[in-house]
Design a protein around this ligand. Structure first.
Ligand SMILES: [Zn+2]
Length: 313
């Protein structure tokens, strides 16, 4: 075994040496008027017999995934990125182990959260998963922040989310960002009234892209708040995306346990258009994971169903 291994090393060395020699000859020739170092258009293409050896040279890369080199693309073509010319690295068992450990750790976290209990901070509410009509959180409090609209029927959140939101608003203010609340907890009855109003105005299909059917609104969990700039000029409107306030929220909300629940580019997964103003409380641990991995709740908790969505286009 050992002898064979050495032999292969030796062969690899000769192939490499031959290739380097050819490369130097072409690069330094200049007989055809090219300056040294300029990428030759033909000179270094491998003959079929050399390619067979080059393929063997690539064998160690077979387990290295993306880094495996395409035999159609000789590695010695001058002018290519340097990294492509170096022999691929052997698979790194330590790195694999590290990835496995990380996946296990995430799995352990995932199983600690209950996404079906309406009172769980990780409850999953979307077009598929709904809340019972009679669910009402038992720890709703009026949130002590400025609001754009004075109708206080939607100024509440569950205690844990309210405390986190107040803390976040204070931190934003220290950074010169002044925020206001737009709409927090909404009962089943209020959501039903809103959805029916929008559906009558814009049609059901359009309404479904920005409004939830009763029982399917995150606002019914008492863990979601729509947030605007203090002026309220872009409250729940697309122009909010371009504000300093929205940028601050996208960068910092997770530090306080909130996520941007309907991100840009994830419309197919969440079922909703981009809503930079809709903040959902999930707790700091979960918010951090989702933020760092750029995941929605669906991607973290239901990866199989997300793959199915993607396959269906
Ligand atoms: Zn909302």
């Amino acid at each position: 075994m050992h002898g064979l291994h050495n032999l292969r090393h030796l062969r690899r060395f000769f192939v490499l040496a031959a290739l380097i020699g050819m490369l130097m000859l072409t690069a330094c020739s200049g007989a055809d008027g090219r300056t040294i170092g300029q990428a030759p258009s033909h000179g270094t293409e491998l003959t079929p017999s050399q390619q067979a050896d080059a393929d063997e040279m690539d064998n160690p890369a077979q387990d290295a995934g993306e880094h495996a080199q395409d035999p159609e693309q000789p590695t010695t073509e001058a002018g290519q990125d340097e990294h492509e010319g170096t022999p691929p690295e052997e698979p790194n068992p330590q790195e694999d182990e590290h990835m496995d450990r990380e996946a296990d750790a995430l799995e352990a976290i995932r199983t600690r959260y209950d996404i079906t209990d309406p009172a769980s901070i990780a409850v999953l509410v979307n077009k598929t998963y709904g809340l019972p009509e009679d669910y009402e959180p038992d720890d709703l409090v009026k949130v002590d922040i400025p609001f754009v609209y004075q109708d206080d029927s939607v100024h509440s959140l569950r205690q844990v989310a309210a405390d986190a939101l107040v803390e976040m608003f204070a931190a934003a203010k220290e950074d010169g960002i002044e925020l206001a609340g737009v709409s927090g907890y909404r009962s089943y009855a209020i959501q039903k009234m809103l959805y029916e109003k929008y559906a009558a105005r814009d049609g059901q299909e359009a309404a479904d892209k920005y409004s939830a059917r009763p029982g399917h609104s995150e606002h019914m969990t008492g863990l979601a708040m729509d947030v605007a700039e203090l002026s309220g000029r872009c409250a729940a409107r697309n122009c909010f995306a371009d504000t300093e306030e929205a940028k601050w929220l996208a960068e910092h909300a997770h530090e306080f346990g909130f996520i941007i629940r309907y991100p840009l580019g994830k419309e197919e997964i969440t079922g909703y258009q981009y809503e930079p103003w809709h903040l959902r409380y999930v707790g700091v641990e979960l918010a951090q994971i989702l933020y760092e991995n750029d995941w929605t709740m669906e991607e973290f908790f239901l990866p199989e169903s997300v793959n199915a969505v993607n396959m269906n286009g």
